[in-house]
Design a protein around this ligand. Structure first.
Ligand code: MN
Length: 132
């Protein structure tokens, strides 16, 4: 019996509704399964409940920021091996280092490039080094 390859599950934690819709549209067109969360608390809860294959993490979130929830995910048994990719407009010098220091496995710069995003996601899912 043929077995259909498992469609990767991607969790996107983002407080901006337009970005959530945009990324969901792009990723669903690539046949990924997509979970969305609008804040750190619900994002962490969804990560625990669904153990996604990849997490896209906005950094500027209300109340609890993306650095904090990434560090929490990376110190939670069972979640620590999920790759977390920061998706952020914070592009000042040192922001990339701060993102990686928080435990993120990679970094995608906003504004989101919808043409580049599918390849960026595929590279992270295939565990290739961040090309940027
Ligand atoms: Mn935000």
């Amino acid at each position: 019996m043929d077995q259909e390859p498992k469609r990767p599950l991607i969790l996107y934690i983002e407080d901006n509704a337009d970005n959530r819709l945009l990324v969901r549209r792009v990723l669903e067109a690539e046949n990924y399964r997509v979970l969305l969360a609008g804040d750190a608390h619900s994002g962490y809860a969804e990560a625990l409940a669904y153990r996604p294959d990849l997490i896209l993490m906005d950094i500027n979130l209300p109340e609890v920021d993306g650095y904090t929830v990434t560090a929490r995910i990376k110190t939670t048994p069972g979640l620590e091996n999920i790759r977390v990719i920061a998706l952020t407009a914070n592009v000042m010098k040192g922001d990339r280092e701060k993102t990686l220091a928080a435990g993120c496995d990679g970094y995608i710069q906003k504004p989101i490039d919808v043409d580049a995003l599918p390849d960026q996601i595929a590279n992270f899912l295939n565990n290739q080094p961040d090309p940027t």
